[in-house]
Write a protein that binds this ligand. Structure first.
Ligand code: ADP
Length: 611
């Protein structure tokens, strides 16, 4: 969204553009949606005209001394017409839903595919996340803009056509009757609109209240929190919060209802004025003999109906305006430019057996919305086949460094190079193929153990390879014990017979997954965080075997774990504070040696106390 001069957000797409977008979409996905709309417009207009003309036509026939047979035929035709139009409308109404859902689903699919495939930085960008939440809101249900717009367009067209017909009828009485009706109907609409705008402008306030309420409800029902809720007695706190936000929402709701009440009252008064003046005039004309009974009834009905069309047009335009804003947000999200190249980038196939060199050249990086750089002017070359350890305190920027190396973020300044070439030119998905990683937070699927290692559907899994990786990751024995071995499902969210693994076992399974991928660069971010000391030391000893001659980066806050690496980097204050082998750094007697000393003292003292 652009900003207007007043600082308000201006949608990138206008109402006409959004209507055209939806019509194009329906034309592509389900043309039936458009023909059903056309049918409904026809029925709506036809029904209103039949209702308007039926009584005057019968009166006219009676006044004209029509024979009983002709009168009966006239009534029959009108009745038949009504029955046909109403049946057709009911039939079409019943059949609106499927096509409209189809069109909405196609938009949902596009939006979800966009989320799934978007560049990684978007997934952590609060602005983007907020925008996408808003965008998906317009596709949530049948009543949201992505589907409800068809009803709005149908109603709008019906109102406009009927309005024109009624206008022609009323202008027979005199132009100012039509003008009076139009002016007072418009006044009553705008009075109501002020109230609707008031409510609309407070939707953020309403959304924030509902969001907090939803949050409390969601956290109270979250099974993963059940332990904490019981042990820390969080129940009363949650109940208090629930009461507080329910009360606030009730107050908000009551306030808006009071506004609506005033709007309804004003509407009533204006309707009284409008109808009173018009009816008064018609009665005066009838008394003066200027109008026959049939004309009198026709104009009388036209006056009361006219206001309905004028209000209808304004109301539908108001609704369309809001729906258009929501659709604009949806389109803006789908059009958000990708910071990374994908299909358009240079292909980068993995070269078998090739040892890659990675380089950060004068790299600085700042997270979106942050007010300082996390990394600043970092220069680092990871040589082909080198085993690099990255150490530093929590929050020093180790994971950020890895995200940059893996191409999950681009530096705010500087370059990341693979074999001397800037990685920005490549298809980013090809680049990712070069990395086997175990991150601290990982995603697993409710598939089998084997599928989670291989990351493909069961029939495509290379089983011997899976077992080899499970073995090397040190989790094969555990998988062998499971009821269906590698075919046992992971987690119980989907499969009742699924099995949950402990944190350490899960970390090993993720290691097996990284090994299975067999990519030329291995990245392990705190891979021993959930392992017991024996498993941890086992991993250190087998690190060379696990990574082979591949380039690898090992992150840890445990300085002792870096001995088996060719080089150690200490990250501090947004940069590389020290680098060298473990022994060199100890000899240097700087920060690394100091931190190592503290850590080893703690372990030694702990061990002595244990003894
Ligand atoms: P480490 O891995 O050394 O513990 P990180 O690289 O995870 O540190 O984080 C470095 C700094 O960047 C921290 O101050 C952290 O709060 C911040 N940070 C990490 N991830 C994000 C993010 N997605 N958005 C904003 N700030 C972040």
């Amino acid at each position: 969204m652009e900003k207007t001069k007043t600082g308000k957000q201006k949608p990138a797409y206008g109402m006409a553009s959004n209507c055209a977008f939806m019509i194009r979409r329906a034309w592509r996905e389900c043309k039936g949606v458009l023909s059903v709309c056309a049918g409904l417009i026809f029925c709506g207009v036809a029904a209103s005209q039949l209702e308007l003309f039926v009584v005057p036509a019968i009166l006219d026939a009676v006044e004209g001394g029509a024979a009983p047979g002709a009168l009966a035929r006239l009534i029959l035709w009108f009745t038949l017409g009504m029955v046909l139009v109403r049946s057709l409308r009911a039939y079409l109404d019943e059949n609106t839903i499927f096509g409209r859902i189809l069109v909405r689903s196609s938009l949902c699919l596009d939006l979800h595919m966009h989320f799934c495939r978007t560049s990684f930085p978007h997934t952590e960008d609060p602005d983007y996340i907020k925008h996408t939440k808003k965008a998906s809101k317009c596709l949530d249900s049948n009543g949201d803009a992505g589907e409800a717009i068809w009803k709005t367009l149908t109603d709008l067209a019906t109102n406009v056509i009927s309005f024109v017909i009624y206008l022609l009828v009323l202008s027979q009485v005199g132009p100012w009757v039509a003008l009076l009706c139009m002016a007072l109907s418009a006044a009553s609409y705008f009075a109501g609109e002020r109230i609707r705008v008031w409510r609309y402008n407070r939707r953020e306030e309403e959304a924030a209240l509902l969001h907090k309420l939803d949050y409390v409800i969601f956290r109270s029902r979250d099974m993963e929190l059940a332990k904490d809720i019981r042990i820390f007695g969080i129940g009363p706190w949650l109940t208090e919060l629930y009461d507080k936000y329910t009360r606030l929402y009730q107050d908000f709701y009551a306030k808006s209802m009071r506004y609506y009440l005033w709007a309804d009252l004003l509407d009533g008064v204006l309707a009284l004025l409008r109808n009173g003046a018009a009816y008064g005039l018609l009665i005066a004309m009838a008394l003066r003999g200027e109008l026959g009974a049939a004309e009198f009834v026709l104009y009388f009905m036209a006056v009361s109906g006219f206001a309905q069309w004028v209000t209808g047009i304004f109301t539908q335009l108001g609704i369309l305006h809001r729906q258009s804003l929501e659709l604009s947000t949806l389109r803006e999200v789908m059009d958000t430019p990708e910071p990374f190249q994908f299909e358009g980038g240079k292909p980068l196939p993995v070269k078998d057996g090739h040892l890659y060199q990675l380089e950060l050249r004068d790299v600085s990086f700042r997270y979106p919305g942050a007010d300082a750089d996390t990394l600043s002017h970092v220069n680092l070359t990871i040589h082909p086949g080198e085993k690099l350890a990255v150490v530093g305190k929590n929050g020093a920027g180790k994971t950020t460094l890895i995200k940059l190396l893996c191409g999950l973020y681009d530096p705010t300044q500087g370059q990341v190079l693979l074999d001397g070439e800037d990685i920005r030119q490549y298809d980013r998905r090809d680049y990712y193929k070069h990395f086997s990683a175990v991150f601290q937070q990982f995603s697993v699927m409710a598939g089998t153990m084997a599928e989670n290692v291989a990351q493909v559907r069961g029939d495509k899994v290379d089983l011997p390879q899976v077992w080899d990786c499970l073995e090397r990751a040190g989790v094969a024995d555990k998988i062998r014990e499971l009821p269906q071995r590698e075919d046992t499902h992971l987690g119980r969210e989907v499969y009742l017979d699924g099995v949950d693994l402990s944190g350490g076992q899960m970390q090993r399974l993720m290691l097996a997954r990284a090994l299975y991928k067999n990519a030329p660069v291995v990245v392990l971010d705190e891979p021993t965080a959930a392992l017991d000391p024996i498993a941890e030391s086992d991993l250190y000893q087998r690190y060379n075997d696990l990574t082979g001659d591949r380039t690898s980066v090992y992150i840890s806050h445990r300085l002792a774990s870096t001995r088996f690496c060719d080089r150690v980097l200490l990250i501090e204050n947004g940069g590389i504070a020290e680098e060298g082998t473990h022994e060199e750094l100890l000899k240097q007697g700087g920060r690394y040696a100091y931190l190592f000393d503290i850590q080893s003292k703690y372990y030694k003292e702990g061990a002595m106390e244990d003894e």
